[in-house]
Design a protein around this ligand. Structure first.
Ligand code: SAM
Ligand code: SF4
Length: 414
């Protein structure tokens, strides 16, 4: 998952506002404690732009400047290093775009440079997003040797008609073959991205997509409802045959049941995993962890312990500008310090996506705010049956999960 462009991802939040000076923070309030740190690396090119996609991805023209881009990534990382001196890295995610367009040698060179600059924690999860239609998929063993230990395949559907209507560059046979090649090369931690409520799709077809996915035995399935995003071809000219909201809801419920039946635990709005196979990188976003964002348009969030503040930083979006400026202040699209009053909303926007909910002491450590700060909103959410207390944690109820936006909004004015 890319924190660079998702509208409901970890980068989403309130409009920028100034951080109050330190002395305006209340005496005796909890300390911000830097949480686990991840590294997001954005690789912005694709073979072809899909008509539904609003990610920062660009159709590659001619030979792509892989080596120059890796040089730019390393300069970019050097620029951000002072923000995270001494901290270890718990996960790395190459997102896109289509990272599998990059040759394994380029990925390896970046990982070597990153591990020379940052301490990678033992068992560090390193994910590469992969389009099954990219030529590199014959070289999975080399990605593995480069250090990648998790692949996330953009499958979307196993129905060839749906794939065509989505403008995908591969068919279902190529998708299944690519996953098998990766497994033969030694990858055992594989995610498959599927979308549902597709043009021309009915319930039976959506369930059939899942059956085809289960046959490949992935460790993780991401199951997204197709959304029509502004600035996409589908938004301007919606395709015929998109299921009505009620039908989409039926598909979602039936698919959730099928995923549970197949042994995939539902741990986040769209994420399902076999035991111990949750995505560590995305979990860190949803737990309001920290991440460096390297690459065109990438967003980062860093807790600065000494300053007792949280910094959001993002990089210029366009690959050409990024290539020209990476490593200099000119590549920084913006720096925004998250004022204390904005933190409860941001925290809930992420945490309430998770079935596990949160503990109040984690809320305090990650926002620097006392639980009393959110007491009125919390009381309302509990009274409305949207949240409940379970074993010392605050968790969303089934009702709360249906109205996540309303629950999160309660914390806007905390
Ligand atoms: C950045 S893409 C990376 C995967 C890779 N580029 C590919 O498409 O093969 C991440 C995933 O987001 C999902 N996605 C993208 N646009 C979407 C949309 N409009 N609605 C729902 N899911 C979407 C797709 O499942 C996609 O695989
Ligand atoms: S291949 Fe993936 S990132 Fe590229 S345009 Fe399609 S969905 Fe978006």
């Amino acid at each position: 998952m890319a924190p660079s462009s998702s509208t409901d991802g970890p980068g989403a939040g309130l409009p920028a506002s100034a951080e109050p000076p330190r002395e305006e923070q209340h005496a005796g309030q909890p300390q911000l404690i830097p949480p686990p740190l991840s590294l997001y690396v954005h690789l912005p090119w694709c073979v072809r732009k899909c008509p539904y996609c609003d990610f920062n991805s660009h159709q590659g023209k001619g030979a792509l400047p892989f080596e120059a881009y890796v040089d730019a990534l390393i300069r970019d990382l050097d620029l951000d290093l002072p923000l995270v001196w001494g901290r270890g890295i718990h996960s790395v995610f190459f997102g896109g775009g289509t990272p599998s367009l990059f040759p394994p040698e380029a990925i390896e060179r970046f990982l070597q440079a990153a591990s020379a600059r940052l301490r990678f924690a033992p068992g560090c999860e390193i994910t590469l997003e992969t389009n099954p239609g990219t030529a590199e998929h014959g070289r999975f063993d080399q990605y593995l040797r480069a250090g990648v230990n998790r692949l996330s395949f953009g499958i979307q559907s196993f129905d060839d008609g749906c794939l065509q209507r989505l403008g995908r560059i591969h068919d279902s046979a190529q998708a299944a073959a690519a996953v098998k090649l990766a497994q033969d090369a030694g990858f055992d931690n594989i995610n498959l991205d599927l979308m549902y409520a597709l043009p021309g799709q009915d319930l039976e077809m959506a369930l059939n997509d899942l059956e085809r996915a289960f046959a490949l035995d992935p460790a993780h399935v991401s199951h997204y409802q197709l959304t029509l995003e502004p600035n996409t071809v589908f938004f301007a000219r919606p395709p015929a045959g998109i299921p009505e909201e009620d039908d989409a809801w039926d598909i979602q419920e039936a698919c959730q049941a099928a995923l549970a039946q197949a042994g995939y635990a539902h741990y986040e709005v769209s994420a399902y995993a076999r035991p111990d196979r949750q995505c560590a990188h995305n979990l860190n976003y949803w737990r309001y962890g920290d991440y460096l964002g390297i690459g065109a348009g990438a967003h980062g969030k860093i807790t600065l312990g000494a300053e007792q503040t949280i910094l959001r930083r993002w990089k210029h979006k366009h690959p050409v500008t990024y290539l020209q400026t990476a490593g200099t202040a000119a590549a920084i699209g913006g720096d925004d310090r998250i004022a204390p009053k904005r933190r409860p909303f941001e925290y809930m926007l992420n945490l309430l996506r998770l079935r596990e909910g949160f503990a109040l002491r984690d809320f305090s450590a990650r926002t620097g705010l006392a639980p009393e700060f959110i007491a009125p909103a919390l009381q309302q959410a509990l009274a409305r049956g949207w949240l409940e207390q379970q074993d010392g944690r605050i968790v969303p109820t089934e009702l709360g999960r249906r109205f996540t936006n309303d629950v999160v909004e309660l914390f806007l004015g905390s």
